[in-house]
Design a protein around this ligand. Sequence first.
Ligand SMILES: Nc1nc2c(ncn2[C@@H]2O[C@H](COP(=O)(O)OP(=O)(O)OP(=O)(O)O)[C@@H](O)[C@H]2O)c(=O)[nH]1
Ligand SMILES: [Mg+2]
Length: 602
Amino acid sequence: MPERLRPPARGNAKAVNAPDLAEALVALRHRVDALRLNLASPGAEAARAAQAELVAQVDDYLLPRLRQIDAPLLAVVGGSTGAGKSTLVNSLVGDNVTKAGWLRPTTRGPVLVCNPADERWFAEDRILPELSRTTGDGSRGGVGQSGGTLHVVPHARVPGGLALLDAPDIDSVVTQNRQLAGQLLAAADLWIFATTAARYADAVPWELLRQAQQRSTALAVVLNRVPPEGVRDISTHLATMLADNGLRRASLFVIPETTLPGEQDRLPDAAVAPLRGWLARLAGDADARAEVIRTTLDGALRSMRQRVSAVAREVDDQLAAAALLRDEADQFYADAAREVDDGVRSGTVLRGEVLARWQEFVGTGELTRSLEQRIGRLRDRVAAFVTGRPAPTEAVEQALESSLESLVRAAADGAAERTVDAWRVRPAGRALLGERTRVLGHSSDGFRPTLEREVRAWQGRVLELVAQEGGHKRTRARLATFGTNATGLVAMLAVFSSTGGLTGVELLVAGGTTAASHKVLEAVFGDSAVRELAALARDDLLERVEDLLATERRRFDDLVDAASPDVDAAIGLRAALDGFEKARRASRALARPRSTGVDVAR
Ligand SMILES: Nc1nc2c(ncn2[C@@H]2O[C@H](COP(=O)(O)OP(=O)(O)OP(=O)(O)O)[C@@H](O)[C@H]2O)c(=O)[nH]1
Ligand SMILES: [Mg+2]
């Protein structure tokens, strides 16, 4: 018999230093809760489950228990569906307080039965605050039998100081059931694991039992429905399995198979008497109860370190994956900015339509032939052209606009496409792209109009620069000869023709453009001012392009940001864990437990 309840751990109550520990735990809980771990990675799902479990256990169990160490002991009856958990609870109480049944799974929502004097501890949201409360008869399985509620049944036959909770099955086909069962077990001061002779070696229960071992959770195992002739062999085998898994100290109760004609019939008193007696003794001995509570509490608190560290490692992984994705986008968009820069400097923008319009504007045949000797005449021609017609620069400007826009758009499209291609080969990137792959593979819808606006704004800026430069007395008169618009246009052309890069006839013509525009500008402003003006205009243009590309790149950055942890998340998490560990070790209330007081009974 498992009656050996150890003497109490005296003197601890005075030394409770829980407030600091609770505070540190709250800080840690918030850190864990705030983590975004939504990048697709091999460990992401497990880490998210661990994250949810950690937060839930702090809220459901650790904080309430730290704050009220004297609250009644909560024994959660958990196990596989049909193991007879509900039947066991009813049999222990000696009344039908929860619904048992042939339908699998029967129990959907937890039913908690306690002494009426203890009801206040459970009726409010002290523990399991997310579950709303219902009360009344739980045996009909109406109210209280849904996942989101805790059905509280006060019953005089339950000894004070101890509550029994009938949980949904741990290996349910119903996901919600399974998760809830795990959550309830994490909120238990004592686990009463119910299994059957047919199913005690199943994998899922053993995963949870090992977890109980790792967390030093106080544990009793009920082996139900054992054929009388197999009691000895089966219970020995299970006891060996428990010992092999480090659970030698768990109390084992064996209940032989009996005939139950009705689905809500209870087990014979004699079959549950040992467990009932054990629980009654635990309930009656405040010190033994406190020791069970402290053992489980201490084990759960100690388990935080390893569990949070595992989550922190996943945070590291996700941060590394996020950095990689951001770097790739960054790199391709930097390439795009360089592409535009090169295009601007090499004169690419001046090809085709722009040249044609420029030739129309100044008369290129003349221009190329007479450039050297007759620059003066060219200047006059430009001047005449400008003063002769109200908006003569428009055609060249439009051609320039569209050529420049094509250059920038091609760069932006290229960067988007290359980023998508690079992301697609990474699982995290692929998952982020998802259905957006096509949309993200080219520049955004808003890009074109914004680009057009920016190019026009840039042209305005060039005219401003020209006008500013013209503010100097010496140049004002000369500027007047040409007109600000024409000079501005020539300044724009100068921006795109400062270096070579064209070939053949184009070189000649564009060279002519370069020389012509420079000559015109020099004539107006003087040599150094021309270069300065062109450089200023170019810088302004490239700055605008970089801003535009940054906005485009942000589409990718935003996806990463929305899924990955904050950049300082790992540091913050580890600092919070350190703070918590310090508080835990300093808390003498949680001095090393000497015993759970529960031993294997056969
Ligand atoms: N013959 C016999 N039937 C039992 C015994 N224990 C439970 N049953 C029956 O098995 C069925 C399932 O029992 P429950 O107590 O509802 O099982 P449970 O573990 O609560 O199942 P879930 O709520 O689905 O997780 C019920 O119809 C019980 O009457 C037993 O020892 N002997
Ligand atoms: Mg049940």
